[in-house]
Design a binder for this molecule. Sequence first.
Ligand SMILES: NC(=O)c1ccc[n+]([C@@H]2O[C@H](COP(=O)([O-])OP(=O)(O)OC[C@H]3O[C@@H](n4cnc5c(N)ncnc54)[C@H](OP(=O)(O)O)[C@@H]3O)[C@@H](O)[C@H]2O)c1
Length: 284
Amino acid sequence: MDPATRTFGTTRRHVAAIGQGSWKVEESAADSAIESLRRGLDLGLTHIDTAEMYGSGAAETIIAKAIAGRRDEVFLVSKVLPSNASKRGTRAACEKSLARLRTDRLDCYLLHWRGAYQLAETIAAFDTLVRDGKILSWGVSNFDVADLDEVVAVAGAGHPACNQVLYHLQERAIEHAVLPWCQRHGTAVVAYTPFGQSTTAFDARTRQVRVLEEIADAHHATARQVALRFLLRRPEVFVIPKASNIAHVADNAGAVTLELSDAELAKIDAAFPRGRPRRGLPMI
Ligand SMILES: NC(=O)c1ccc[n+]([C@@H]2O[C@H](COP(=O)([O-])OP(=O)(O)OC[C@H]3O[C@@H](n4cnc5c(N)ncnc54)[C@H](OP(=O)(O)O)[C@@H]3O)[C@@H](O)[C@H]2O)c1
């Protein structure tokens, strides 16, 4: 298998471990956002994450332009809002996402977070969409262990394909229960907000950042590349940093070939402790 890819949960597809997020992509200049996404594809960041929620569809429209003529290269993921996740509403939302993305299929379709509709309704819609070839797999996002157990109770083993969750160096709560659950069930873990959304967290002169920088220097790498690599140290995990700046995309892609030793991983683990288990799954 190409070292840049790994098996995406129960789908058995080989998917880029480092992908591209798209939340707030519409807030950047359209040219820069599209150019960055395309550059990301050139560099192998072919797992693209979006949602009907992002810019109320505007992110999907931008992605359509970025992937025009290159659809087959991309593992394309979108999400249905919980407020649309009835049986009929999920199918309608998917059709709208497909139209905005100018494609005939999604590689994976997620429930964005748990809402008021019965999970069985949403899953029934996902099954119909799979049967119709409109989605190739389905997963969930922001699901804690009890929710994941309910998915298996409704849909049976082999589901969900993935759980997309908040995971970065300063927020490692999923390591207590959600990540082990996903490992046991063959579910991919997609780490969202892998940089903690912060524009300064990696530039500050803190002891934590110095640990990342020392390791980065030893590899002619950057602190952000080291951070991504730490999150990817387990084979079930994927990361989807968002970057609308072409230099940022190139930086993120540079993490593909970085390899950290066990001693380096241990230093990062000590500098960014995962903390004690807390109630509830953190999300943003
Ligand atoms: N399922 C969910 O509930 C959920 C929730 C949140 C996010 N997500 C998904 O996860 C994706 C990523 O999370 P996120 O957008 O919240 O945060 P993020 O990827 O942790 O951070 C994005 C920010 O980091 C900057 N950045 C990216 N690469 C950089 C680099 N190499 N050097 C310096 N700055 C860099 C970006 O700037 P520029 O844009 O200027 O390059 C942007 O300001 C989202 O876009 C979305 O697709 C899902």
